[in-house]
Design a protein around this ligand. Sequence first.
Ligand SMILES: Cc1cc2nc3c(=O)[nH]c(=O)nc-3n(C[C@H](O)[C@H](O)[C@H](O)COP(=O)(O)OP(=O)(O)OC[C@H]3O[C@@H](n4cnc5c(N)ncnc54)[C@H](O)[C@@H]3O)c2cc1C
Length: 416
Amino acid sequence: MSVERIEALVVGGGQAGLAMSEHLGKCGVPHLVLERDRIAERWRSQRWDSLVANGPAWHDRFPGMEFSCDPDAFAPKEEIADYFVAYAEKIGAPIRCGVEVTSVGRLPGRPGFRAETSHGPVEADFVVAATGPFQKPAIPPIVPADAGVMQIHSADYRNPAQLPDGAVLVVGAGSSGTQIADELLRAGRQVYLSVGPHDRPPRSYRGRDNVWWLGVLGKWDAATPPAGAEHVTIAVSGCRGGETIDFRRLAGQGMRLVGLTASFAGGTMRFAPDLADNIARGDANYLSVLDEADAYVARNGLDLPEEPEARVVGPDPDCMTNPILELNLAQAGVSSIIWATGFAQDFGWLKVGAFDEHGRPKHQRGVSSEPGVYFLGLPWLSRRGSSFIWGVWHDAKYIADQISIQRGYRAYRPSA
Ligand SMILES: Cc1cc2nc3c(=O)[nH]c(=O)nc-3n(C[C@H](O)[C@H](O)[C@H](O)COP(=O)(O)OP(=O)(O)OC[C@H]3O[C@@H](n4cnc5c(N)ncnc54)[C@H](O)[C@@H]3O)c2cc1C
């Protein structure tokens, strides 16, 4: 079989692959993007129906193109996917859809890599893994599959009608779990939400959105936390035009909050006695952002309207003062569990020495420990913003630069 050759091979045609393509194009690097499904597939088929962006359209985008909606609105997921399709056209990205990369290995005895794909082999000098920050739904092994309750991951949740009648336990109160629990509550379901440690920034404060505050306060650029000090989940929502997530308010509306989901035996789920602590820490995080924002306003003499009511924290709901530590699912009428417990990564196809003993990519700002292999779009690749739409664009620029530098070395020939 003939082998196609290209200088840089980008695996994955989501936002990361497109950003990479744009910057490689600008650097004049011949490249090819291979996407196994459609452009930005995960926004279409691995998100729930009502999902909107977590940041307003003026912010959650690439610098070179605006969304067609109101810049202060939160774009629905299909619009986000359409945006990337239009973006690929705009930059003329050399992207091939419907082609899966099944393995990539080093070429023996000569530089470069050989990729096996569903459409034949490709050889490349450089490989960029842009296969996503959130690849494989991760469900902790707590409840056996035959426990008599429907269990799905948030990546497979679509809408309330998909679930059998009855109460729902949502495990995980980051942005996904909280938004899904809220949607189910509004649909008339009895909802239990298992709340772990979290940050919950204000959606907006003193007339500016959270993304603006994160920007001016330098928090998007926060450095990668050291190993073992991973960040806690962030609960933020763009639903209904954007609103601050307030667990006390949700409890007031009838949601039953519980602590971390700890174990399951004999039909009964057990929760850690940490709900009040987790909520108190989330409140402290929220108030600290207001403090930092106020200090920023004062220091810079900005004329932003004061918002003292944002500091009012409601009373502790009953579920905080009398926590539910055990729940017999059948007795409580819980017919489904949604695990909003995050994702794992799977780089099984990338057969090079770029991983540590736990299978985690070894890299510095995306430049891997295997010369010629790069990672893009991973959480905290270079900073907090790395897995977000606007942040990946900047990381891609850096990686295109690094590839250009290596091309320069490879092209060097002594003048004599
Ligand atoms: C529920 C949810 C909401 C989010 N909301 C926001 C938001 O509002 N704003 C924001 O900035 N970020 C948001 N994010 C984070 C981030 O923007 C998305 O996760 C985004 O999809 C990441 O883009 P990506 O290109 O890095 O990865 P992906 O979108 O995962 O794209 C990777 C692509 O690689 C393809 N692929 C994988 N393996 C192979 C292979 N072997 N061969 C060929 N192709 C392959 C996949 O099909 C996929 O299309 C959200 C994430 C989640 C989970």
